[in-house]
Design a protein around this ligand. Structure first.
Ligand SMILES: [Zn+2]
Length: 83
């Protein structure tokens, strides 16, 4: 099986103002963004064998690989941030 990692550019991380923090969607609280690889699809032969899979780099929480959101301590609001 051949992994094909697409040359997608990672979405640039926004520079957060001092009142905003990255948070983990898994409930861990504050975290940092980390790069993860997700599978975008795979190709299989007529026999059902996986020939290749396409992967893509995305931002996920560094703690446990969940999605990220931004919490603003000044306003108490959360902003989804997905790539
Ligand atoms: Zn987490």
């Amino acid at each position: 099986m051949t992994d094909i990692v697409r040359a997608y550019a990672l979405k640039p991380l926004p520079a957060l103002p001092p009142t905003q923090r990255w948070r983990c969607d898994g409930g861990c609280g504050e975290t940092l963004p980390g790069v993860d690889q997700i599978e975008r699809g795979s190709e299989t032969s007529p026999e059902g064998d996986v020939i290749s899979s396409t992967k893509m780099a995305v931002w996920r929480s560094a703690c446990c690989g969940q999605r990220l959101f931004i919490f603003d301590h000044a306003t108490g609001s959360s902003t989804d941030w997905s790539d």
